[in-house]
Design a protein around this ligand. Sequence first.
Ligand code: UT7
Length: 333
Amino acid sequence: MIYATMRSIASYIPQRCVSNFDLEKLVDTSDEWITKRTGIKTRYFASENEASSDLATKAGEIALKRAGLEPSDIDLVIVATLSPDYVGMPSTACITSYNLGIENKPAFDITTACTGFIYLLSIAKAYIQAGMYQNILIIGAEKISSLLDFTDRSTCVLFGDGAGAAVISATQDPNEAILDVHISANGRYNDFLMTPGCGSRNPANQHIIDSNLQFIQMKGNETFKLAVKTLAQDVEHILQHNAIHPSEIKFFIPHQANLRIISAVGEMLDFQKDQVVVTVDRFGNTSAASIPMAINSIYEENKLHKGDLILLDAFGGGLTWGSALLRFGGNPL
Ligand code: UT7
């Protein structure tokens, strides 16, 4: 039997750290409000000359090295991003592959917002279990600061930039397998989170730009309520489906949008505090990069070991959501 395993994990965090106090100077907000409503204290922004593919390349390089693979060993590269280098083409995955020295291999992007990494796992698992590929590089990479309206305090304080990458490889060993991945979507709520301008619906023109419609808009409160409900149901479902009790999970690693969402879902599902991984305080919401960055943080702290059972869970624009259960397959640092 062929299984898929997460052979390595890595991340790249841009240099520039932006605190809530820095944002107080830009918009009518306060460290107190941001901390109380979101749990965020800092986030990192890429520099002007860095694009999402640059962040993806740096995370991808480390993921390849940690998997002990050469660029020529990679059969496919997929990038999840809502902040691609270019609106239409070329894909961020094509640029990232080239930067990494991976040529003449398939590469494509997916757009599933904050659920990006769960969708990537689902695609990579399916390709590997179908016997088509041996090693797939998956990357969540975001320069969300390029999509932020710094006159809108309700969104610009929430997000950060970064990239997280993993090599997903074929294995015969069930003790390091990706056990199950659930993904779903409902376009009924497509206007909860969106970048309304500069696509084919509202092509770029002066009015679009003057109205800041190229930036992220969010119905925060509605999204919050639906996120808590959907995430809790989704996690319950994947645990039941695999006959696993929350106490058997070493780490619950949810998408990092808001500490209040993470705490509410964690409590509803009876996870202990030390099972729940939180990085939103340091990185803010890095969308498709948030889950791999969070996995990488416990890996680099030497808390995550080969065979550990982890549960991932995400919710984002579309709306999309999903969860994954897996035994980590990476070697120690
Ligand atoms: O990653 C994809 C999924 N995303 C999410 O899951 C995000 C879900 N939503 C949230 O995390 C929260 O809804 C937010 C953090 C976005 C907002 O928190 P909230 O507790 O839902 O606040 P609210 O939108 O209901 O606004 C409460 C008040 C409003 O003032 P009034 O009308 O009560 O006077 C806002 O104008 O807070 C005000 N406000 C702010 N005040 C200071 C909104 N943003 C800010 C701000 N600083 N940055």
